[in-house]
Design a protein around this ligand. Structure first.
Ligand SMILES: NC(=O)c1ccc[n+]([C@@H]2O[C@H](COP(=O)([O-])OP(=O)(O)OC[C@H]3O[C@@H](n4cnc5c(N)ncnc54)[C@H](OP(=O)(O)O)[C@@H]3O)[C@@H](O)[C@H]2O)c1
Length: 339
């Protein structure tokens, strides 16, 4: 059986490492290239010692033309703003692209410019992009040439709110998303606030109401609700390597019990292999190293509180990206993602 030829851009970062690990164990994937600027010629196993003997490729610097000759499908784990420069060229050459950066998540290039502080350099392909949450857009992802993989916080928040806004159970303004992330959420490049003595034994909020995942959450939830959604999102960094814990709050329109809402979540996600609706409150450790999103629901004084956890590098990034790849190529969704 022929395998799908796959390349990973930005393979020396954290999400790149997770992509390579997953793709190396995928029975229908042939990894054909890994790119980097700073480690050209260096074996992947030297950059990521966990992949020594697992991925036997060297990092390369390749043009879009060279990539398109080798690969049918390209995962981009590049920073936003950099990714679209390459992805646009790959799409012109008939590659299918799964972009982990934010470059194709927002439909409106003006909104991208406003939130990301730069003009979009590949607006012609924005219309092709399918938002890569398999639990919500699985059918569209199957046909997609370009998948815009969700932001890590956005994945948790959208999954938590989708059953509630789709069913018109909560008010669409005044939704609150409070989420905590491990430090790997910021990527591998050193930054002072993520230096060990700064973030160890420390917890802090940042960008309240102005984090860039806000418009992505509002866009997707508005699409599901059929009318505008406004929310307040406050992210936090907590001293752990990986994992996101998200708490979302919404005001219920009617009287619902906790059991009613758990049942709603169970039926909404009945066909989603990586959603586990639980009675008890999950913790990040229940999901780290897996592609699961674990969730439970509580009702308090007319409000619904959704409590959920995922691994930012897997269900929040590379795991979902591989799940999208499986949908695009007709492989079973859990392929290479089994715990
Ligand atoms: N970390 C997460 O939890 C997470 C979750 C969801 C989505 N994402 C998104 O996924 C993408 C990758 O994230 P990451 O956390 O894996 O980042 P990272 O660890 O910082 O890795 C970035 C990669 O891009 C390469 N790169 C190429 N051009 C670059 C440039 N101009 N500036 C900096 N790096 C450049 C780097 O390698 P060289 O320097 O060798 O070129 C490196 O391989 C980002 O767009 C991020 O927003 C991350």
């Amino acid at each position: 059986v022929s395998k799908t030829r796959v390349a990973v851009l930005g393979g020396t970062g954290y999400t790149g490492r997770e992509l390579l690990r997953l793709l190396a164990r995928h029975p229908s994937v042939e990894l054909v290239a890994v790119t980097s600027r700073q480690h050209v010629g260096v074996p992947v196993g030297s950059v990521h010692p966990t992949l020594r003997g697992v991925v036997n490729l060297k990092c390369e610097s390749l043009t879009a033309e060279q990539l398109a000759e080798r690969a049918e499908c390209v995962f981009s784990a590049l920073p936003h703003g950099v990714s679209m420069e390459v992805c646009g060229e790959l799409l012109k050459r008939d590659c299918r692209v799964i972009d982990l950066s934010a470059d194709y998540r927002l439909r409106d290039p003006n909104s991208f410019a406003e939130w990301y502080g730069m003009s979009h350099r590949d607006p012609e392909h924005l219309g092709l992009a399918v938002y890569g949450l398999p639990e919500l857009f699985g059918r569209e992802i199957q046909e997609a040439r370009l998948v815009a993989n969700p932001g890590c916080y956005a994945a948790a928040a959208i999954l938590a709110l989708a059953p509630l806004v789709s069913g018109e159970l909560i008010e669409l303004s005044g939704i609150v998303v409070d989420a905590k992330s491990g430090v790997s959420g910021a990527g591998r490049s050193p930054q002072a606030q993520f230096h060990f003595p700064e973030c160890n034994e420390n917890t802090f909020a940042y960008k309240p109401g102005t984090h860039r995942h806000t418009p992505e959450m509002e866009q997707v939830l508005a699409q599901l609700a059929g009318s505008p959604v406004s929310l307040l999102f406050v992210p936090h960094v907590v001293p752990m390597d990986r994992g996101i814990f998200a708490t979302t709050y919404g005001r219920l329109h009617g009287r619902y019990s906790q059991e009613d809402l758990l049942e709603l979540f169970r039926s909404f996600y009945a066909k989603a292999p990586f959603v586990r609706v639980r009675d008890e409150i999950p913790g990040t450790k229940d999901t780290v190293g897996t592609n699961y999103w674990d969730v439970t629901v509580r009702v308090v004084n007319g409000r619904v509180v959704v409590l959920s956890a995922l691994d930012n590098l897997l269900k929040g990034a590379s795991g979902t990206a591989v799940q999208n790849f499986n949908l695009m190529y007709g492989y079973p969704q859990p392929c290479a993602l089994e715990p």
